[in-house]
Write a protein that binds this ligand. Structure first.
Ligand code: FAD
Ligand code: SF4
Length: 471
């Protein structure tokens, strides 16, 4: 019996959860993956070899105890698996859905050598989804209140990670966000086909049950001032994300028919959820020929949203090759299945107009030249290769730059030369800013990155705050 268990990975191949039928995927705003059954998750998690030195744990940014909770769920100890999973991760069911596992935990799995990595992400999602549905809740009965309280600005993954760790250490966490629901980009950014919104609503209820207080619809800087927070709380954590859209700097970018990626996605989510918004915030691309410029997660979410809006044709144009795309490979594959066409090595040089309306994008072909500072090969235009791609709508998804509020200067919080907050991890108090009482983490410190890295920074900043408060 033990021997056959040990070779489970030979007898049982990697099996991802089933996907919904393509017809449904092209029209509905629901997650495309079905959930595992208890038999499937046991079979799949049992494939783990329990390596002596689990590379998956090192590659996972929050260093989850992956082989341990895989073993627990394989043996049917679901609640213990959920408890252990929450010791390192604040939002395991979210990471299981949206982490680019092929580049992180699963990319480091020993079974990649010919057998197919263990389905770590889907198992992580199963554990928390199922445990919560069965009534499991984090056990905080041993927590002793310290009497300290911390204000957290931003209910995105960084702020939530910070609030989680503080609460478990007996520090009162009060989270402020300008939006009507928690989650940051998880709610107002990432579309439902990757992460259904009910996941964050349930999470808010779990957090509230733990004692975290949310002050939503509250903009810090207008509804409440930073001075008031500094006076009222023992420390403040900033997890406000990055919201300045990068521009291409080419002619025609401001023409009608050209849209910024994030407002386009948020307008669609708000429309689906029935949240109030300005009439022109929702852009419907039904019947349109759409070109999305960019190759990251945001671009993938735009092309797949346009498909669901019944666009006539959707093209994603990216200036490097497929190998060098920053987005998750899984999502590129999903987009292709849903009918998106990809054009690689194409750089936009102008949005062309017809009677004042965008009608296409002039593109030049590129070839990859010398590596840039980040080690990625720079795309170089090939002279004479210009071509116009016809389009009724052009979506620009070139990424984000920091958007730190003016009031940071008033409290002596310094920025670096690309306007990220200076708050290093390696110092006496992790993620402390140049104002000793203020800590920061997530996209506003590291630049736009991943959900799981924002969670890690929020959690580590909480450790820094606990050290600073000497609790
Ligand atoms: P955010 O999630 O941006 O949260 C910041 C919060 O602060 C917001 O809720 C905002 O309202 C609030 N806030 C800001 N200023 C104030 C203020 N003055 N007062 C009150 N509240 C304020 N990552 C992945 O790992 N996988 C993916 O598949 C993925 N897809 C993505 C798709 C899109 C479209 C985008 C844009 C990003 C995606 N990312 C993905 C990246 C990921 O969402 C971010 O890296 C992550 O959300 C950053 O977390 P954060 O907590 O730092 O900031
Ligand atoms: Fe993998 Fe992300 Fe889960 Fe870590 S948090 S185990 S990287 S899916």
């Amino acid at each position: 019996e033990r021997l056959s268990n040990h070779f489970q990975f030979i007898d049982v191949g990697r099996n991802d959860p089933d996907k919904k039928p393509l017809e449904a995927r092209k029209t509905e705003y629901v997650e495309i993956y079905e959930s595992y059954s208890s038999e499937q998750v046991a079979e799949q998690s049992h494939r783990c070899l329990e390596c002596g030195n689990p590379y998956c744990e090192w590659k996972c940014p929050v260093h989850n105890f992956i082989p341990n909770w895989l073993k627990l769920v394989a043996e049917g100890n679901l609640f213990e698996a959920a408890e252990l999973s929450h010791q390192t991760n604040t939002l395991p069911e979210v990471c299981g859905r949206v982490c680019p596992q092929d580049r992180l935990c699963e990319g480091a799995c020993t079974l990649n050598d010919g057998f197919g990595a263990v389905t770590i992400g889907s198992s992580e999602k199963y554990i928390t989804d199922t445990a919560l549905a069965m009534g499991w809740r984090p056990d905080l009965s041993h927590v002793v209140a310290t009497g300290k309280k911390v204000a957290i600005i931003g209910a995105g993954p960084a702020g939530l990670g910070c609030a989680d760790v503080l609460t478990r250490a007996g520090v009162k966490a009060v989270v402020y966000d300008r939006y009507p629901e928690i989650g940051g980009l998880l709610t107002f950014g990432i579309p439902e086909f990757k992460l259904e919104k009910s996941v964050m609503v349930r999470r808010r209820e779990v957090f509230e049950g733990m004692g975290i207080e949310f002050r939503l619809n509250t903009d810090v800087g207008t509804d409440v001032t930073m001075d008031e927070l500094m006076a009222e709380y023992d420390a403040v954590f900033l997890g406000m994300g990055t919201y300045t859209y990068m521009r291409g700097g080419f002619p025609g970018e401001n023409l009608p028919g050209v849209y910024e990626a994030l407002p386009y996605l948020v307008g669609n989510v708000n429309n689906n959820l029935g949240f109030e918004q300005d009439a022109d915030a929702f852009v419907n691309l039904k019947g349109k020929r759409v070109v999305v410029l960019g190759g990251g997660d945001t671009a993938m979410d735009c092309v797949r949203t346009a498909v669901r809006q019944q666009a006539e044709h959707v093209i994603c144009a990216y200036r490097r090759d497929e190998e060098n795309m920053p987005g998750s490979r899984r999502e590129v594959k999903n987009a292709r299945e849903e009918g998106v066409e990809f054009l690689f090595n194409r750089q936009p040089i102008e949005v062309v107009e017809y009677f004042g309306q965008a009608c296409g994008v002039k593109m030049v072909e590129t070839q990859l030249g010398e590596p840039d500072e980040g080690g990625r090969r720079r795309p170089e235009p090939i002279p004479g290769s210009e071509q116009v791609l016809e389009a009724d709508a052009v979506i620009i998804a070139f990424g984000f730059q920091p958007s730190p509020p003016e009031w940071l200067a008033d409290i002596g919080v310094e920025l670096n030369d690309w306007r990220g907050i200076v708050a290093p991890e390696e110092q006496e108090f992790a993620f402390q800013t140049t104002n000793p009482k203020v800590f920061a983490g997530g996209d506003m410190v590291r630049g736009s990155d991943l959900v799981v890295t924002a969670i890690w920074e929020g959690r580590q900043a909480a450790e820094g705050i606990l050290d600073y408060l000497e609790v």
